[in-house]
Design a protein. Sequence first.
Length: 345
Amino acid sequence: MKFLDQAKVYVRSGDGGAGAVSFRREKFIEFGGPDGGDGGRGGDVWIEAVEGLNTLIDYRYQQHFKARPGMHGMGRNRTGAKGEDVVLKVPVGTQVYEEDNETLICDLTEVGQRFLLAKGGNGGFGNQHFKSSTNQAPRRANPGLSGEELWIWLRLKLIADAGVVGLPNAGKSTFLATVTAAKPKIADYPFTTLHPNLGVVRVDAREFVLADIPGLIEGAHMGVGIGDRFLGHVERTRVLLHLVSAREEDVAATYKTVRRELKAYGQGLAEKPEVVALSQADLLDEDERAEKLATLKKAARRAPVLLSSATGEGVQDVLRALMRVVEEARDEERSAETVNERWQK
């Protein structure tokens, strides 16, 4: 299935049905009077986060969604039926923006979460509502109100606990394939990964979700290479794994390049907890390892982990380091939820 994380969609709710002009005429009823029913309300347009979806590809082939109008009112005080609703089903993690692609309407982060995008128009009153002491036979009824229409942007941001960042060919996809059941494309050329990949990591009987995004290069925030479009998929992560390839001549400059792109992108990515690893370490001898580890430690201001996905060296150390940060964040969230529940009581 092709990955699509952004789509522009037109939605329109249904118009309300018109009220009826009708009079009661029965053989043994001397004064019938008005009995026009009200029009039905137009259908609403909803958006809902559901399980089983991980892309917005469905919205490439259909961009217009219109709810049904309400039925008109009828005689004998019969109200028209309500128009059928339309529900847009999207993956968990989808954000909805207005047409300017900047104003956030809603953020769907849980399965089953719903939001009303466009409310259907109310049905018009039938002539029974206009009867009065001075107007016993009103011949007027209201038309239904028009529905709402708008263009929206759907933007998917994957829900993951940890995200992998680094330059192209830093070993991100290889690491993901090593520690999860995911099968990303792996090859020895830049930008092998063209869309984000997700995998579930299991370490010490605990699990977390790991996201691998396309590599960053200098100037990505200005659109160079694939750009920073896919960085949105690690905005929700609790920790970043920054891989620096041992094949790089200057590992300090490589590390700082990616850090500059994270800072330029914003959205709090540069402030997230970070685990730094010197990947593809099996390519180095002992002296080169010591030299590049020292250089990277000075640049990152923290001790990097020596990592080789090919031999398994350092893999468990990296996973445990990520798991510690994820568990701490989960504990903080649970504590905050407990406090909120107590306040609500």
